[in-house]
Design a protein around this ligand. Sequence first.
Ligand SMILES: NC(=O)c1ccc[n+]([C@@H]2O[C@H](COP(=O)([O-])OP(=O)(O)OC[C@H]3O[C@@H](n4cnc5c(N)ncnc54)[C@H](O)[C@@H]3O)[C@@H](O)[C@H]2O)c1
Length: 447
Amino acid sequence: MKVTVVGTGYVGLVTGACLADMGNHVMCLDVDARKIEILNSGGIPIHEPGLDEVVRRNAAAGRLQFTTDIPAAVSHGTIQFIAVGTPPDEDGSADLQYVLAAARNIGRLATDYKLVVDKSTVPVGTADKVKAAIADELARRGLDLAFSVASNPEFLKEGAAVEDFMRPDRIVVGAEDERAVNLMRALYAPFQRTRDKLVVMDLRSAELTKYAANAMLATRISFMNELALLAEKMGADIELVRQGIGSDPRIGYHFLYAGAGYGGSCFPKDVKALIRTAADQGQGLKVLQAVEDANDAQKRVLVDKVVARFGADLNGKRFAIWGLAFKPQTDDMREATSRVVIAELLARGATVSVYDPVAMDEARRIFGDEPRIAYASGPMQAAAGAEALLIVTEWKEFRSPDFEGLKAALKTPVIFDGRNLYEPALVREFGLDYEAIGRPAAVKPAA
Ligand SMILES: NC(=O)c1ccc[n+]([C@@H]2O[C@H](COP(=O)([O-])OP(=O)(O)OC[C@H]3O[C@@H](n4cnc5c(N)ncnc54)[C@H](O)[C@@H]3O)[C@@H](O)[C@H]2O)c1
């Protein structure tokens, strides 16, 4: 099949590359000429495990092209995926300007049938807006051209995006005509050889499904984070509680880890957007508002612990930060907890030495030449001479550090662990103080 993917970011590039890998002819369009240049010269503009190989293989086979040429992209695909960004507007609602610009381009330039598929995360009712935008442009041209609009929300996780796309749990398709459903079924057939994974529904339900999924996952995290704070106060250990409840199949283990708050390009913005959508309908989403408020507070918990130990005035003190990306296996720092932690430390007069295995360039892009941020060449280099260590992202390489070396490197032997990476008793054996999330010093597991 001939497929165009509009927007060549985390979702668009993975979608395009994986569809090409199944033999489709895919053209990826982006308005960011720098991104397209990198891709056309054999590079990858983002860090995503396994993606470079799939991209290279399919580009070399001539099945995957990258362009900034809008007319060529519209003309290429019978199926036109829209995978552009939907960042939060000032009021928290999703900003649809990029989605609608892409839709208008299709209406302005199409000369044959197109199936336009919203893959971006968009509020309920957006498919109707996309339809109206295309119809409006066609009417301007006096053209009566058949087209369909479908919703196909993406559930991939950054860091495991290729695997998630290649082996999806489910493929949600919102559509209102048979032609659209048949095309989507054919396109996704190679990804569901063991069982039918297509969940077909109406457009609005598909749009809401994506928000419901992210809102539910964010809720589990905030719930555990609040319980962790309580556990600390009450001398209980949230890690033991997690295991105690996760073993219940009605609850399960996923997304039950307490930590220093969720970030990323999806949860914070999607939670906000759903709250906004509900408010527009005159309905409050009390649970979800609490999820967001709890998360905003949680991103400050590590700094609260630092202040409790070192005082509010951190002038002259340098802290080491391990982990900048919002989660491991990505260089994405959108809404990352590290950004809040660094801003709060700097605001109190501190300086920081930071290290992340892949997000250093992204951090430099975000913080510019801020003189109070030093970029270390490794975790131990970041810790050397620092007042204390804060762990913000759970990268594998932080899981088993040289605790003796750390104790010698830090001025004050204390680790503030925002991701509960270690057994408290083990760390303390090395003479280090260890402050994690919801894991008080006093707890001793029963023998
Ligand atoms: N990143 C994720 O893990 C993830 C997962 C599921 C869903 N989503 C959703 O998918 C959408 C895209 O997310 P992303 O993380 O890939 O964003 P991104 O910012 O990485 O990529 C978006 C790309 O679209 C391009 N773009 C903007 N307007 C354009 C236009 N008119 N024509 C062509 N290109 C245009 C931008 O230049 C950018 O390269 C969002 O709605 C997001 O919520 C993201």
